[in-house]
Ligand binder design. Structure first.
Ligand code: GKR
Ligand code: MG
Length: 448
């Protein structure tokens, strides 16, 4: 006799994985040679496989494993209740002081990321397969577009030869971007070269430069050089709150013809919160502001909007959930504000998830962040969606619409199991460049 209702979840695996990275620079320091993620793989009683990906590290891995009893045996159609039961069972760890990532302290990122969203993704994948609908049809008002605009996420890159660490060398690759992405790029000329090679490969029309590395003036010189080379591009700089309010105003005031918007230009100072300071920045410059730091949950968002501190909320589904991120997109659209998504290093499962969530975001979202260009080629899927002409394709098959390659997953898990660390630590590589370097949320990482 056939089963009634939606299929039940019969298996849940949590698999930590690692991939390779370049020596990318940000306020946090220098990316290590490896990044980590956690995967969730669900099986249902109809024989379908559902997948999700989220940030790496032992905290998130353990938290996912503790959810297994709350997921197994439940019908996929009850996914909202499954997630609600996880939420009700979770307690706030004593080390979480609630600051979030408004000063980009990486140790706090794990509290902003909510592991259950990887489970939400895998459940939506299963439900979509049962309903024979792509995942984006199950979100918000359903699919709004067939392809999603993504930006070229530019980074300063340090010389990996200066660190005694096993960074990947791709100098033999036949792909010009793959060769370039592992080289030192620290000048405006090299940032423009990076953008040109990226445009050639992926067709990006818009760019974001990760700042918080060199002095604000040097970084704005890169922004100017980019605008000169790509006059029609929307260009954004993200120093992750490193600049003081006075510096941010002096760097950005009157730059409407160069900067389309600034992402987290300044942060908390002199007893004022980052939400208050960013509101003052906006008043002084009239430059639109984007954030993934001052509004990472609904309570922070309430204060950010009450103060009119932000125009573009980069509602990463790993922070907000898929339902939450699309709910944010609907609200912002109704209010005349703009939705986008933040990213950290990720594999192609997250890339696919971004495609679905952005496909369901109404209105005119800003071009999406993705770190995938730095990882492209390290696929865990047989059919990762492609970025072409600056747009990420939205899979049309049911659920996530992609197939996981278990051989590649097991190899990435093997790599993970040999790592001396599982959490992101950008200080270690940085100390090869500046001995004794420590994080300072108010100083670009190469300014000491
Ligand atoms: O990968 O170094 C990085 C980024 O700086 C990342 O940590 C940020 O969270 O990309 C992110 C951002 O937009 O702030
Ligand atoms: Mg940002």
């Amino acid at each position: 006799m056939s089963e009634k209702g939606t299929p039940k979840v019969v298996d849940m695996k949590v698999i930590p994985v690692a991939g390779k990275d370049s020596m990318l620079m940000s306020l946090s320091g220098a990316h290590a040679p490896f990044f980590t993620r956690n995967l969730v793989i669900l099986k249902d009683s109809a024989g379908h496989t559902g997948i999700g990906e989220i940030h790496g590290g032992d905290y998130t891995c353990e938290s996912l494993k503790s959810c297994i009893p709350l997921v197994l045996g439940n019908p996929t159609g009850m996914y909202r209740s499954i997630l609600d039961n996880i939420r009700k069972a979770s307690t706030r760890p004593a080390e979480d002081d609630g600051e979030g990532i408004q000063s980009l302290d990486l140790a706090k990122l794990k509290f902003v990321v909510k592991s259950q969203w990887a489970i939400e993704c895998a459940l939506l994948d299963l439900l979509g397969q049962y309903m024979e609908l792509p995942m984006c049809e199950l979100l918000g008002n359903g699919k709004q577009r067939d392809k999603v605009e993504t930006l070229g996420y530019l980074f300063y890159v340090s010389d990996k030869e200066k660190a005694d660490l096993p960074y990947l060398d791709e100098s033999d690759s036949s792909d010009p971007w793959f060769r370039l992405r592992r080289q030192e790029m620290l000048t405006p000329e090299r940032i423009v070269e990076q953008a040109c090679v990226l445009q050639e490969k992926y067709g990006f029309r818009n760019f974001k430069l990760k700042g918080g590395v060199l002095s604000g003036a040097e970084e704005m010189a890169s922004v100017r050089a980019l605008k000169k080379r790509f006059p029609a591009a929307r260009i954004n700089i993200d120093p992750n709150g490193a600049w003081s309010l006075a510096e941010a105003i002096s760097l950005c005031k009157g730059t409407h013809d160069i900067l389309t918007y600034a992402e987290d230009p300044c942060g908390p100072e002199s007893g004022y919160s980052s939400r208050e300071i960013m509101a003052e920045f906006k008043n002084a410059t009239n430059i639109p502001v984007a954030t993934n730091m001052i509004a990472t949950d609904w309570r922070q968002f309430y204060h950010a909007t009450a103060l009119k501190s932000v125009d573009i909320v980069l509602a990463d589904p790993h922070f907000w959930g898929f339902d939450g991120s699309v709910r944010m997109a609907q609200l912002l659209n109704d209010w005349g504000l703009t939705w986008g998504s933040h990213s950290n290093n990720h594999f192609d499962i997250t890339l696919t998830a971004f495609a679905h969530v952005a496909a369901a975001a109404p209105g005119d979202p800003t071009a999406l962040d993705t770190h995938w260009i730095w990882q492209d080629g390290q696929d865990l899927l047989d059919n990762a969606p492609l970025i072409r002409d600056g747009y990420l394709e939205v899979p049309k098959l049911p659920g996530m619409g992609v197939t996981i390659n278990m051989e590649k997953v097991l190899a990435a898990n093997e790599l993970y199991s040999h790592l001396p660390y599982h959490d992101r630590n950008d200080a270690e590589a940085m100390q090869y460049l500046i001995p004794g370097w420590t994080f300072d949320s108010k100083k670009p990482c190469l300014v000491r």
